[in-house]
Design a protein around this ligand. Structure first.
Ligand code: AFP
Length: 329
C-alpha cells in the first residue's frame, strides 16, 4: 500500500524553501486545526446547547442573523491565524477588516461557518477560506488588498463538518481532498487532482424561490424538469442541502451544478452568496478541478469586487452544464 500523505507532508513538499508558499502553508495548517475544533463542537450536536441560538440582536455584516457557532467559529479561526504571517482577515461575521499580524504577507477572507441554518439539524456545515498575497508597501489601503478579482488568490478551500471532516483545498496546482483521520489527528490526502465531470444530470437550487426568478433561470430549470422528452433530452435529478460546502463536495465527487441566481426578493437582487469569501474560493477550487464558475454569464474569478461583503449570483460545477446555463442568459 502506498504511503499515506498527510496535509503536513503535502504542504512541506509544495512549499519547499519558498517563503511565500511557507506562509500559505502555515495559514492553511492553522485553519485546518481550527476546523478540527469546530468539527468537534458540531459533532456534539444537541449536547452542545445553544450553538444554533441567535447571538445578540444585530445581524452580521451581510444582514443575516448571527448564530452562536458563527461567532465561536470566527473567534477560533482568528486565534489560530494570529501567530501566522496573516496581516488582515475579512470575515462574514465582522463588518470591518480584522488586523492580525502587522508583518503579515497574506490577507485571508473567511466564511467561518457556512450553512448556519443547518447547525441544529445534524446536517453538514463548514468553513470557507480564500488567501491572497499582501504587500503593505503596495496595498497602502488594506481593503484594496482584499478587493482584488479572484484570479489573485494563491490558495483557497473549504472544510465540511459532516460524517467525515473533509478539507478540499487548492494551491493553484489542482484540487486535493484531505480527510481528517480521528485516530491519528492528521488530515490525510484521499483524492489528488480531482476532476469534475463536464456533463451532468444533477442540479442543486432552492426551487422554492422559482416565483422570484428572472426568465432565463426559470427557463433553464423548466427544461431540466421536462426531462428526456423535453429540449434537454435527458432526465435530471435535484439535490439541495442548504450548506454550500455539502453541495460543493457532492459536485467535486460526482459532478453537478450549484445555482443561486439573483432574484426579485429584496436583498437578493445579486443572489445570496458573498463574492470574496464564498464564490471566489469555490470558483478557484472548481476551475482547478476542470469545472467552471460564473455569475450566470461572467467568470467569477474575473469579477472586480466593490465591497468586501457584496453578494453575487453563483453557478458552479460541471463545465458543459455551466456553459449551458450561460446560453439561457
Ligand atoms: P448560511 O450560512 O447563512 O446558512 O447560508 C448558507 C448559504 O450561503 C449556502 O451555504 C447555501 O447553499 C445557501 O446559503 C442556502 O440558501 P437558502 O437558505 O436560501 O436555500
Amino acid at each position: 500500500m502506498s504511503e499515506l500523505v498527510t496535509l503536513k507532508t503535502y504542504l512541506g513538499t509544495w512549499a519547499g524553501a519558498d517563503t511565500g508558499r511557507t506562509a500559505v502553508a502555515q495559514a492553511v495548517t492553522a485553519i485546518a486545526e481550527a476546523g478540527v475544533g469546530i468539527a468537534d463542537l458540531v459533532a456534539r450536536g444537541p449536547l452542545e446547547e445553544g450553538l444554533a441560538s441567535i447571538r445578540g440582536i444585530d445581524p452580521n455584516a451581510g444582514g443575516d442573523a448571527q448564530k452562536e457557532l458563527d461567532v465561536v467559529a470566527e473567534e477560533r479561526i482568528k486565534a489560530a491565524l494570529l501567530p501566522t504571517p496573516t496581516a488582515f482577515l475579512a470575515s462574514e461575521e465582522s463588518e470591518e477588516l480584522i488586523p492580525l499580524n502587522p508583518d503579515g504577507r497574506l490577507v485571508i477572507a473567511v466564511d467561518p461557518l457556512d450553512g448556519s441554518s443547518n447547525i441544529d439539524t445534524n446536517v453538514s456545515v463548514g468553513t470557507i477560506y480564500s488567501i491572497l498575497p499582501y504587500d503593505a508597501a503596495v496595498h497602502t489601503d488594506p481593503v484594496s488588498a482584499v478587493m482584488r478579482p479572484g484570479v489573485n488568490q494563491v490558495a483557497s478551500g473549504f472544510l465540511a463538518y459532516g460524517p467525515a471532516t473533509i478539507l478540499v483545498a487548492t494551491f493553484g496546482e489542482g484540487t486535493q481532498v484531505f480527510v481528517h483521520d480521528r485516530q491519528t489527528g492528521e488530515f490525510v490526502l484521499a483524492r489528488t487532482n480531482v476532476e469534475i465531470p463536464a456533463e451532468t444530470k444533477e442540479y442543486g437550487v432552492n426551487q422554492s424561490n422559482v416565483r422570484h426568478w428572472a426568465e432565463p433561470m426559470s427557463a433553464y430549470i423548466a427544461d431540466c424538469l421536462a426531462g428526456k422528452d423535453g429540449p434537454r433530452g435527458k432526465d435530471f435529478n435535484m439535490r439541495w442541502v442548504g450548506s454550500m460546502v455539502a453541495d460543493a463536495f457532492r459536485i467535486f465527487t460526482r459532478g453537478g451544478v450549484y445555482v443561486y441566481p439573483g432574484d426579485k426578493r429584496k436583498g437578493y437582487e445579486n443572489g445570496r452568496l458573498r463574492l470574496i469569501y464564498e464564490a471566489n474560493p469555490v470558483a478557484f477550487l472548481t476551475e482547478q478541478a476542470k469545472g467552471a464558475a460564473t455569475d450566470g454569464k461572467t467568470r467569477i474569478l474575473d469579477i472586480q469586487p466593490h465591497h468586501i461583503h457584496q453578494r453575487i449570483p453563483l453557478v458552479f460545477g460541471s463545465k458543459a452544464e455551466v456553459e449551458k446555463i450561460a446560453s439561457y442568459y
